[in-house]
Design a protein around this ligand. Structure first.
Ligand code: GLU
Length: 296
């Protein structure tokens, strides 16, 4: 609510988990930050399930996410949004980017890229080591011919894209004004080999479609925002304000992640812990670092 007690419908925030594993404490913290950001400003809080990767997304993880959020006492507005309902809009945007000549086919494999890394390590971009650009200048006729038989992804030609859009910036309420530097991005994948669309394009389109005014998410996605800003400029989409929050760290200073054995919220829930109490602890601590997983 605003100070006048009115809902401020102009503010729309979302939590956008991927249902490819169980949520852990880091997610609870992220969900709470986004939720409270919206509620404290009297805005709307949406829940979007980012299930474009059909090989890794599972309905049981969707169920667990909904149960975890309810357990935490975090409520959302309207129906749950599923990215898997929106493949047509992603495909249309991919076609638009192809029409603008911003994408190129990439035939590189994990092995060939690892070999390129061994020859000389590339600096890190939003998606790991920056792509060396091996397929960027393939002869189009040859690339089309190879595409008949060889699996391939589509990458964004970032230099070409920025040459089209001109200099770009965006604003983060915590980190301040940001200017895009093409050399830090690399040609990220827009259409992976086995999935119709990559995270960067889907999230950019959906934040616009859902009317998100403030993208509140963890610092792990900070570097990706340059890509999203670039896609917004190419596709004529609005640019939200951003707020990248610090990540919850364990006692050794490492980020909590699904791949490590972080306590899942489902386990804490089943053990009878209070989700509301957990959120209250987060709220009481200012950007907690070094939480004790065993005590949690
Ligand atoms: N789906 C992404 C994830 O679970 C988050 C997307 C976002 O907040 O932009 O990491």
């Amino acid at each position: 609510m605003t100070s006048s007690g009115q809902l401020n419908r102009d503010i729309v925030v979302r939590f956008a988990p991927s249902p490819n594993g169980l949520l852990h404490l880091g997610h609870a913290y992220a969900a709470m930050v986004a939720h409270d950001f919206a509620r404290e400003r009297g805005g709307r809080f949406l829940l979007r399930i980012e299930d474009i990767d059909s090989a890794r997304s599972r309905p049981e993880f969707v169920e667990a996410i909904l149960a975890d959020l309810k357990w935490l006492g975090l409520t959302w507005d309207g129906d749950v949004i599923f990215q898997s309902d929106r493949f047509e809009s992603y495909a249309a945007a991919v076609e638009r980017l192809k029409d603008l000549d911003m994408l190129y086919r990439c035939f590189c494999t994990r092995t060939s890229m690892r070999q390129a890394q061994e020859a000389g390590p590339q600096p890190e971009g939003p998606d790991g080591p920056i792509y060396a650009g091996t397929c960027r200048h393939l002869e189009p006729v040859l690339a089309r011919e190879r595409a008949r038989t060889e699996p391939h992804s589509w990458r964004l030609d970032v230099a070409k894209a920025i040459a089209r859009t001109g200099p770009l910036d965006w604003y983060d309420e915590r980190h301040g004004e940001q200017i895009i530097h093409a050399e830090k991005l690399g040609d990220v994948i827009i259409v992976p080999k086995n999935t119709p669309v990559a995270y960067h394009l889907a999230v950019t389109l959906d934040d616009a479609r859902d009317g998100i005014t403030h993208v509140v998410r963890g610092d792990d996605l900070f570097a990706s925002t340059d890509i999203h800003r670039l896609l917004q400029a190419l596709l004529g989409l609005p640019t939200p304000t951003y707020f990248h929050h610090p990540l919850l760290l364990d006692e050794s200073g490492a980020k909590l992640s699904k791949s490590r054995d972080s306590a899942s919220l489902s386990v804490l829930r089943a053990a009878g812990r209070s989700g509301y109490g957990l959120v209250q602890e987060f709220r009481a601590a200012n950007f907690p670092v070094g939480i004790s997983l065993s005590a949690a």
